[in-house]
Design a protein around this ligand. Structure first.
Ligand code: URA
Length: 238
């Protein structure tokens, strides 16, 4: 949560009073004077003290195992959304999915009401790695591995960053692979294979940055991030 918003809501200050607290160096984060009112903080990760008072945040971070058939959106006229999978007691007005999985893609999706964290995780300069397991409708070869490592070129000329393709199983009829990409273009994985003349028939996201899809998290279920998982995201709190 942004420090300025936290101070205004918890201490009921006016905007002017809040700004004055920064000017007077009465705001500290982890024992250091903080001058940036827009700093993103969470009291599970940061010790936030303002004018002698320790402030608590109350933000949520859910790890969802997205099923097929639901759209990654806050609302949709025709389809169920990932927000519909969240129990009413866990809902927050600002809860939203970080990034996007296609309707037929399954797997790891982070939802949070910390908008700043979601925004920062998606910044291209962060190059947050995402690993997908994909089933492809034909033989995936070492040539593909090579092409992916150099940067696949989409039909239309857009060049992808180098990506790591690992073949888990390969046959003429279907191959299973794991692909790690460091960017997030629209339909990226499907388009990378299409550029090599192959079709992805099943796609599951396994990781995003330091987060991994837990083996025991059933499809359509979610849970809060553990403190350890949240700590691994600390470097993205700016
Ligand atoms: N790439 C895709 O093609 N689809 C997804 O859902 C995610 C990455």
């Amino acid at each position: 949560m942004r420090l300025d918003k936290l101070i205004e809501t918890r201490l009921q200050t006016t905007r002017k009073e809040m700004k004055r607290l920064f000017l007077m160096k009465r705001v500290t984060v982890d024992n250091e004077v903080e001058l940036n009112p827009q700093r993103n903080v969470d009291s599970q990760l940061h010790d936030i003290v303002v004018a002698g008072q320790r402030l608590q945040t109350n933000q949520v971070y859910y790890l969802l195992n997205k099923p097929k058939g639901v759209v990654t959106a806050k609302q949709d006229v025709y389809h169920r959304t990932v927000l519909d999978l969240i129990n009413s007691k866990d809902q927050r007005s600002e809860l939203y999915p970080v990034g996007r999985l296609d309707r037929d893609t399954t797997g790891l999706l982070l939802l949070t009401d910390n908008g700043q964290l979601g925004y920062d995780l998606l910044q291209p300069k962060e190059e947050v790695a995402k690993t997908y397991r994909a089933v492809v409708n034909e033989l995936v070869t070492e040539e593909d591995v090579n092409a992916f490592s150099k940067g696949v070129v989409f039909h239309g000329g857009i060049i992808c960053q180098p990506a790591e393709l690992k073949i888990l199983f390969a046959s003429e009829k279907a191959s299973t692979v794991e692909l790690t990409i460091h960017e997030g273009k629209f339909h990226q994985v499907k388009k990378m294979f299409l550029a090599c003349g192959k079709k992805v028939v099943d796609l599951q996201r396994l990781t995003m940055g330091p987060l991994t899809l837990p083996a025991d998290l059933a499809v359509s279920s979610y849970r809060s991030l553990t403190l350890e998982e949240l700590r691994q995201l600390k470097k993205y709190f700016r």
